[in-house]
Design a protein around this ligand. Sequence first.
Ligand code: NAP
Length: 312
Amino acid sequence: MAETRHTRVLIIGSGPAGYTAAVYASRAMLNPVLIQGMQPGGQLTITTEVENWPGDKTVMGPDLMQRMEDHAREMGAEVITDIVTRLDLSRRPFTAETDSGTTWTADAVILATGAQARWLGLPSEEKFKGFGVSACATCDGFFYRGREVVVIGGGNTAVEEALFLTNFASKVTVVHRRDSFRAEKIMQDRLFKNPKITVVWDSAVTEVKGTEAPLGVTAVTVQNVKTGETRDIPCDGFFVAIGHAPASELVKDQLELHNGGYVKVEPGSTRTSIAGVFAAGDLTDHIYRQAVTSAGMGCMAALDAEKFLAGH
Ligand code: NAP
């Protein structure tokens, strides 16, 4: 049933930034409400092992996020499985409408909506999405047992996905547009040592080819960016791992953005262009984008919100 509820602090998003903000805001006795969004737990729920979360030499991404959620709830945050569909930041209290029909009013808002996978933008990529084209190896890798797959990208995500896919696929080809990766050296090392992985350097994917009925991928066309030469690489699956774009749709016409859609915050703080609205994590960070830095910014956002509320 449609209802309107009020909270002092509304946290939107459930990655490390959102849950850390919830822990800190709870401990400041602000009784925060956190709305989880489309993908509860965020990007870490679609990764496997995380090896750079301090205190855990290795931890599974979904386990880490479950622990963060439990922690936030235990501290007193109200964690709600819902999606904010509209946000009005033009006056205080701010208003958020949700998919369930509940409208929230809030004295302060912490935005922690994170980022989502970026796509190449090819019509053929769109056509085969879900039918051989994927942006999530942990979700879809299982379907490629004994098959050949291609991964595009040169960052941590691409290297991690390629390594993960070797658990299923018979062959993994990584296509990258330059002649070196930007992924962490330790990850690159593992990739180069894996006999199932081949790297095609200096190349772009220009088309995904496949069958019509049933829809399915059979190859990708790659073009060498130096020589212009094109060729097809046969494959059953194509994984796009070319980075992430900030999920700033809700606020794009209300807050100052920069660097292609990231919410702009005052340096050294999480204050956005509207007083009482704070942003943390991948939504605002185009440089570091790590779980631990997002958590750090979540903490900052809760402290900034506490200070703001104390002054109002
Ligand atoms: P990223 O670091 O931004 O890398 C994106 C890669 O895709 C780059 O190699 C880039 O090439 C390539 N690329 C971008 N646009 C392209 C296009 N249109 N066509 C072809 N290639 C394209 O993104 P990410 O790998 O998703 O990582 C995002 C952040 O999450 C990073 O900060 C990363 O460290 C972090 N992360 C960390 C871990 C971990 O620590 N275990 C795991 C996953 C992600 P160029 O290199 O030429 O720019």
